[in-house]
Design a protein around this ligand. Structure first.
Ligand SMILES: Cc1cc2nc3c(=O)[nH]c(=O)nc-3n(C[C@H](O)[C@H](O)[C@H](O)COP(=O)(O)O)c2cc1C
Length: 133
């Protein structure tokens, strides 16, 4: 199983990157993890949708080639970071041919705050439940 891991925390010491390192050894032996640095993606714009930058094509290829995706999200102001929403938006287009369609996905996250990443995860799951059907 090729699993793409998309992490919304960009900092060197991101606790969400650390969370991934913690869960990695718990995965079944046939899981192969791949990742992508979503900070490389430009902001989504319909103007460049027809002439995709290479970084976007590379990201889309990784999403397409994966059997499933694990999203690991920090919580920013009771939602997910913009950089993660931007990555989700890129692969949701063109309309009707989005790559999240039928893609198995899981959501988790870490935060030092009292509600963990409950609000961020809820927002992300709401979006994915619209896109994965
Ligand atoms: C702009 C901003 C907004 C934040 N908002 C929340 C929040 O709503 N809830 C929360 O639990 N933590 C919040 N935090 C704290 C983050 O959970 C904390 O910085 C965490 O370490 C970020 O994840 P990372 O280390 O993987 O980047 C916020 C941090 C930033 C920078």
């Amino acid at each position: 199983m090729r699993i793409l891991v998309i992490i919304g925390g960009l900092s060197k010491n991101s606790i969400n990157k650390k969370l991934f390192e913690l869960i990695k050894p718990l995965a079944p032996k046939d899981f192969e993890f791949d990742s992508y640095d979503i900070s490389l993606l430009p902001f989504y714009s319909q103007d460049i949708e027809t002439d995709l930058p290479n970084v976007v094509m590379e990201f889309k290829k990784k999403v397409s080639a994966s059997d499933g995706v694990i999203f690991i999200t920090p919580e920013y102001n009771r939602s997910m970071p913009g950089v993660l929403k931007n990555a989700v938006d890129w692969c949701s287009r063109p309309y009707g041919a989005g790559l999240w369609n039928k893609k198995p996905s899981a959501v988790l996250g870490a935060s030092p705050g009292p509600i963990g990443t409950f609000a961020a995860q809820t927002d992300l799951k709401k979006i994915l439940s619209f896109l994965v059907l």
